[in-house]
Design a protein around this ligand. Structure first.
Ligand code: ZN
Length: 273
């Protein structure tokens, strides 16, 4: 599932491509992805409006079409936003299509349709954002801020990092990577993380996210950017998907377990303590 770097890549690409394009009409071949809107209400609200900005909040792509008009797309497992030039055929898995006046199309395509396309006014968008924790690449995300939330809970630190109400955009891939980089055992209770460890973890989170954005994200199965291409970060992963391989830091065999939070956790028993 796309995490912060993949969603950031998608939002930046889309902003560069579709900003300024004017909606000619909206098509909704699969309305079950819609939240807070119907095909009809989307048409009424968006037709003839220009895309002003595309940006990211947590794992969501936010498409602004002027004040009070926001479309929020959460791609989850198999969703993707793709731009098609005029004349390029539609796809059978398209759920929502923005047809622009220049003949191009922005399509939300989702094979399993577990993702969502929501409509928000300004107030609704603020409420959506308020339910999510701070952005880890925001300057306000300091070691002190990280320490405050991890030390407030006895849950495993890995699970806390992935809790969207506490911190935005981190999923299984980048939680595993950041904890390895910081040398912290993912199963440790948040409460026991020292302030030195919190500082290392904050730096590790920022570093891994920035490197992953520079590589345009990690693709395993379904993630594609707005051009339909794969991300390039998989080759730089230190632990995720590498259970049984030697640790790049100490050479010990990496442990692969589902025992911490039901998700695949890979860590080094020797140098993550
Ligand atoms: Zn190691």
């Amino acid at each position: 599932m796309p995490e912060l770097p993949e969603t950031e890549t998608l939002a930046r690409d889309l902003d560069a491509i579709v900003r300024g394009r004017v909606v000619d009409r909206i098509e909704v071949p699969r309305s079950d992805v819609l939240r807070g809107a119907t095909a009809r209400s989307l048409r009424q609200r968006l037709t003839s409006h220009a895309i002003e900005k595309v940006w990211r909040r947590a794992k969501a792509v936010v498409i602004d079409l002027g004040p009070g008009r926001h479309v929020v797309v959460v791609p989850r497992f198999t969703g993707g936003l793709l731009v098609r030039d005029p004349g390029v055929p539609d796809d059978a898995y398209d759920a929502v299509r923005f047809r622009f006046t220049d003949g191009s199309t922005l399509a939300y395509r989702d094979v399993r349709r577990l993702g969502t396309v929501s409509w928000f006014d300004d107030e609704g968008l603020a409420a959506f954002s308020a339910r999510i924790g701070p952005e880890p690449l925001d300057p306000a995300f300091t070691a002190v801020a990280l320490s405050a939330f991890v030390r407030s809970s006895a849950q495993p630190v890995k699970k806390l990092l992935m809790d969207q109400r506490r911190l935005a955009g981190i999923g299984n891939i980048y939680a595993n990577e950041a904890l390895w980089a910081a040398g912290i055992d993912p199963s440790r209770p948040g409460r026991g993380i020292t302030s030195d460890e919190a500082a290392r973890l904050r730096d590790a989170i920022v570093d891994v996210l920035q490197r992953a954005i520079a590589a345009r994200g990690t693709t395993f199965r379904d993630f594609r950017d707005a051009y339909g291409s794969r991300g390039g970060f998989a080759s730089q992963l230190a632990v995720y998907g590498r259970g049984g391989e030697p640790c790049a830091r100490c050479g010990a065999r990496l442990t692969d377990t589902h025992a911490i939070d039901g998700r695949a956790t890979v860590f080094c028993h020797r140098c993550q303590s």
